[in-house]
Design a protein around this ligand. Structure first.
Ligand code: CU
Length: 132
C-alpha cells in the first residue's frame, strides 16, 4: 500500500507540471542555416525565463527581441557585438549561450537577427508572452 501511495503522489506532480506548461521558465532556440527554430515561442509573463540560444552555423548570429522601435534602431545600427543586454545577444559560430529575461507585459515580441541581410532571408520569429 505504501508503494501505491508514492506512485499516486508522483502522478499528481506530473499532472501539475503539465497544467503549468511543463517547461515553464526555460526554452531553447536553435539556429541552423540562418533560421530560428522554433519560430514561435510562448513564455509566461512576469517571471524569469531562461532562453538557451544554440548556434549550429559557422557564422555568428544575433538574437534581438523587443518592440518594433527596438528593431527599428537595430536595423540601422552599426553595433558589431551585443552582450550587455539580456534582450540583445550575439551568438558566435558554433556557440551556445543563455540569456535570462522577464517580460512583464503580455503580447507578441519579434525576435530578429539584424546582421546584414539576415532578416530579409527570414531570420525572424515571435516571442508570445502570455499571462502565467
Ligand atoms: Cu543571423
Amino acid at each position: 500500500m505504501r508503494g501505491l501511495g508514492l506512485l499516486l503522489i508522483a502522478g499528481a506532480v506530473l499532472l501539475a507540471g503539465a497544467c503549468g506548461g511543463g517547461q515553464e521558465g526555460e526554452a531553447t532556440i536553435t539556429i541552423h542555416y540562418s533560421a530560428f527554430q522554433p519560430q514561435v515561442l510562448e513564455v509566461p509573463a512576469g517571471q524569469p525565463v531562461t532562453i538557451t540560444l544554440r548556434n549550429d552555423d559557422p557564422i555568428a548570429h544575433e538574437w534581438i527581441v523587443g518592440t518594433p522601435d527596438v528593431h527599428d534602431v537595430h536595423r540601422v545600427g552599426t553595433e558589431p557585438f551585443h552582450g550587455d543586454v539580456s534582450t540583445e545577444v550575439t551568438i558566435p559560430a558554433f556557440t551556445t549561450l543563455e540569456t535570462t529575461l522577464t517580460f512583464t507585459e503580455p503580447g507578441e515580441y519579434a525576435f530578429i537577427c539584424h546582421l546584414p541581410g539576415h532578416e530579409a532571408y527570414g531570420m525572424a520569429g515571435t516571442l508570445r508572452v502570455v499571462d502565467a
